[in-house]
Design a protein around this ligand. Structure first.
Ligand code: ZN
Length: 246
């Protein structure tokens, strides 16, 4: 079984289409979505429709999906995110808003080896920033391998024999991580709003038989996404950050 792993699409239709195109050359049977389908970008309905059309094996909600669906107030968001999520709430069709509202919170176990979450397995809204967060997440995970999103940074950690190592601190991509002993915590990257300095869309392929995860990047027409954001009247900062991947 091979799984296409998508996270943090953020209503970026051009990035999602580019990833799905690239994934055609990387055979997969099922799709996993780690939350934040909407928020920031100008195409929440088109993105939700496209994801629904993929009939994903598992989709969990992210913080932007919760607020965009009206389940939570946007008060905790910064000014730009708040403006965008208010716009998103209005733009979403009733049907897509209801669908987002019904998404389960993570973590969700996929098989004996892997589970998925948005922020961390102990709290869907917490960001993995440092080693303490990494260790706490590994501890809380019901599986040896936990795939997460939320930070928009493509990165992987391995804990084995009490030593924590970075698995993806290598500029060569795609980078397959073959799971050995120990625990893994891996973010396959953000499809629609990368923040690790590489503006290309990020995604992963989990191969259950080989027990490995490939992480990929693919370019997409950023200018088109920026034009959509400007047409929608969303904050200009949201258009500009896409070009630098921050
Ligand atoms: Zn996000």
């Amino acid at each position: 079984m091979r799984y296409l792993v998508l996270s943090d699409i953020h209503a970026n239709l051009e990035a999602l289409e580019a990833v799905l195109d690239a994934a055609r050359a990387l055979p997969h049977d099922r799709v996993l979505v780690l939350g934040d389908l909407v928020g920031y970008g100008a195409d929440p309905n088109a993105v939700v429709d496209r994801v629904r059309g993929l009939s994903p094996h598992a989709v969990i909600r992210g913080n932007h999906d919760k607020v965009g669906a009206g389940l939570e107030s946007p008060e905790a968001f910064n000014t730009v995110a708040r403006a965008a999520i208010r716009w998103t709430y209005e733009a979403l069709s009733d049907d897509n808003r209801d669908w987002l509202a019904e998404l389960p919170a993570g973590p969700v176990a996929i098989d004996e080896l892997v589970e998925i979450c948005h922020g961390t397995p102990f709290d869907e809204d917490v960001y993995v920033f440092d080693d303490t967060d990494v260790l706490r997440s590994m501890e809380a995970s019901s599986r040896r391998v936990c795939l997460f999103g939320h930070t928009h940074v493509q990165v992987g950690y391995r804990l084995w024999q009490q030593s924590l190592t970075l698995e993806t601190a290598d500029p060569r991509r795609p980078l397959p991580i073959a799971f050995g002993d120990g625990h893994y915590l891996i973010n396959p990257g953000s499809v629609g709003q990368p923040r690790d300095g590489d503006p290309r869309a990020g995604f992963g392929i989990y191969d259950a038989a080989r027990q490995s995860l490939e992480i990929h990047r693919t370019p997409y027409p950023i200018e088109r996404t920026q034009a959509r954001i400007r047409e929608a009247g969303l904050p200009e900062a949201l258009a500009q950050r896409l070009a630098i991947g921050r």
